[in-house]
Ligand binder design. Structure first.
Ligand code: SF4
Length: 212
């Protein structure tokens, strides 16, 4: 056999192209299991390229409260669940202090469903691409109130650039397809672990959410 030309090396595999972001209209008829599938397969922003898996949310679908966080961290990305690790333990302790449990009383979701690399802050275009998923979750869950934890989650839901210090400590109203839902803003548990001096304010926020 005559020696031939060596076969060309396979081209480095390119990641699949991104999809257009979801719209409220495109999600409006989806039930929760279908919405979950849509999120797990989503490739509508660059965060899909670095994630292990998207983190949809967890909890009772007839929960009284919806807890909204920011984005998955390393442990959430590994486990596919929101608020795990030390932040999750602190959230569970905070909920227990007002007589609530993660399994029974709350549904937990993030504004951003895929982990930003190195836990960097999410970019405005990533928040804009992912926000319709959270809004559809809210419409399906119809929670009695929403506890928003952290600056990005609060700014996203309230569509403001205001600092968290000026947003916490009072009751806001979120206008949704499911009607108006009272909303309280507080610090993210990860921030409270770094700044325990703020725990007293977070406790005030929880009592506010539990008491009206
Ligand atoms: S962060 Fe949201 S919009 Fe971006 S890929 Fe993940 S699910 Fe899709």
């Amino acid at each position: 056999m005559r020696p031939g030309k060596p076969p060309a090396a396979p081209a480095a595999s390119e990641p699949p192209p991104l999809q257009p972001p979801p719209t409220a209209e495109s999600l409006a008829m989806l039930d929760m299991p279908t919405l979950r599938e849509r999120v797990l397969e989503c490739r509508s922003c660059g965060l899909c390229q670095g994630r292990r898996q998207a983190v949809f949310g967890m909890g009772a679908e007839n929960a009284r409260w919806l807890v909204v966080g920011e984005a998955p961290g390393e442990q959430e990305d590994r486990q596919g669940l929101p608020f795990v690790g030390r932040s999750g333990q602190l959230l569970d302790a905070m909920l227990a202090a007002v007589g609530m449990s993660r399994e029974r009383d709350v549904y937990i979701a993030n504004v951003i469903k895929c982990r930003p690399p190195g836990n960097r802050n999410p970019k405005p275009e990533e928040i804009a691409a992912c926000r319709p998923y959270l809004m559809r979750q809210i419409a399906l869950l119809k929670p009695q109130r929403i506890l928003v934890m952290g600056r990005f989650a609060a700014q996203t839901l309230l569509e403001t650039d205001a600092a968290i210090g000026s947003l916490r400590g009072r009751v806001h109203t979120l206008k949704t397809d499911a009607g108006e839902i009272p909303m309280v803003v507080s610090y993210h548990p990860a921030y409270l672990l770094r700044s325990p001096v703020e725990k007293a304010r977070a406790w005030q926020d929880l009592r506010l959410a539990a008491g009206f």
